[in-house]
Design a protein around this ligand. Structure first.
Ligand code: KG4
Ligand code: ZN
Length: 329
């Protein structure tokens, strides 16, 4: 059994995953609510909250799986990328637990973790496949060719998709995190009522850009008074969300086509978006590739995905890992 720990941003997470990384026995997440009133994650607040919560979350992961520490065979932990102070809390805890039990430690890359959530969703999945990661910090397309080989095909030139949703929500006076707030507000809106630009839409590449969309919303809002904004809010949210969904799905479908991929994986917090899921399910059903989108709780940050990535990452034997550290990038 693998005990996995994830503290790269504002979720304090621990999970128990079977040693082949294909089944999670538990997946405990404490989502920090301290950040909501700031409209974004405050790094120092996140580190301190991880410190306070992590022990309890690890205990919950063990008890939910009905397991004791004696039955754990290795400890996996996110070492990069993320908020450095937040990562350090998880790395220190993982090293301490592994060292005390003379267990191997498996440093895991957070982005590889997001993709590995697909192995928990479909345990028969094997490379090759293309993968779209769309989260609050990253938006990129990869071709996964073997167990340990991810090639970057394209990425955002400015904001991440989740960041664009978070910033858009803030401009619209909605709460944080913005993705779910925009979706909720968009439910009764008409996405075609306002014209929003889809960044790099017709550019023959696999990159993304969301800064133009954000600026476009800003100008639309400047031209409206309070009353108009109230009236237009659902339509603005729907149009904005649709532009993000179109940018993501268009480039993923292009990558599937270019690489003749038999399967596609969508991961990261934005993959929880219902409209993106519907669009891709419809398109992939029509064009053929197998589509794997983890359920929403495996799309947003969690530790089960880190445990799932562990068999694809290099383990460090006891006691060689004391100098292992975290990296922000
Ligand atoms: O992967 P994640 O939990 O954390 C990072 O590693 O960044 O992604 C968080 C991002 C946030 O920007 C949030 O607004 C977005 O994912 N998100 C969503 C939804 N749920 C979370 N975006 C659109 N629709 C959702 N349902
Ligand atoms: Zn993430």
């Amino acid at each position: 059994m693998i005990l996995a720990i994830e503290t790269s941003c504002d979720d304090t997470c621990a999970a128990i995953v079977e040693s082949d990384g294909r089944r999670a026995l538990s997946n405990a997440v404490h989502t920090q609510t301290e950040h909501a009133r700031y409209g974004g994650v405050v790094p120092e607040v996140a580190s301190r909250a991880h410190l306070e919560r992590l022990d309890g979350v690890v205990e919950k992961a063990l008890s939910d799986a009905d397991l004791s520490l004696d039955e754990v065979g290795s400890v996996a932990v996110t070492t990069r990328p993320g908020l450095i102070g937040a990562l350090l809390v998880g790395v220190a805890a993982a090293k301490g637990l592994a060292y005390a039990r003379k267990l191997p430690l498996v440093p895991v890359n957070h982005l590889e973790g997001h993709i590995a959530a697909a192995y928990l969703t479909d345990p028969s999945l094997e490379p090759p496949f293309v993968a779209l990661i769309a989260s609050g910090g990253h938006t990129a397309l990869y071709s996964v060719t073997t167990d340990r080989n991810m090639n970057l095909l394209g990425e955002t030139l400015d904001d991440a998709a989740g960041e664009a949703l978070d910033k858009g929500a803030r401009m619209l006076g909605l709460g944080f995190p913005g993705g779910p707030e925009i979706s909720r507000t968009a439910r009764h809106g008409d996405p075609g009522r306002h014209d929003f630009p889809v960044g790099l839409r017709d550019r023959n590449n696999l990159d993304f850009s969301f800064s133009g969309l954000k600026t476009n919303l800003l100008y639309k809002l400047k031209a409206m008074d309070r009353e108009q904004l109230q009236e237009e809010l659902p339509h603005l949210a729907a149009g904005y969300e649709a532009a993000v969904v179109e940018a993501l799905s268009r480039k993923l479908l292009r990558a599937i086509d270019l690489y003749d991929a038999p399967a596609a994986v969508v991961a990261g917090g934005v993959a929880a978006n219902a409209s993106l899921r519907r669009t891709l399910e419809r398109e992939c059903a029509r064009t053929g590739p197998r589509l794997i989108i983890p359920p929403p709780d495996l799309c947003t940050d969690n530790a089960a995905m880190i445990g799932a990535a562990a068999p694809h990452s290099a383990a460090i034997a006891y006691p060689e890992y004391l100098s292992v550290s975290a990296r922000s990038g």
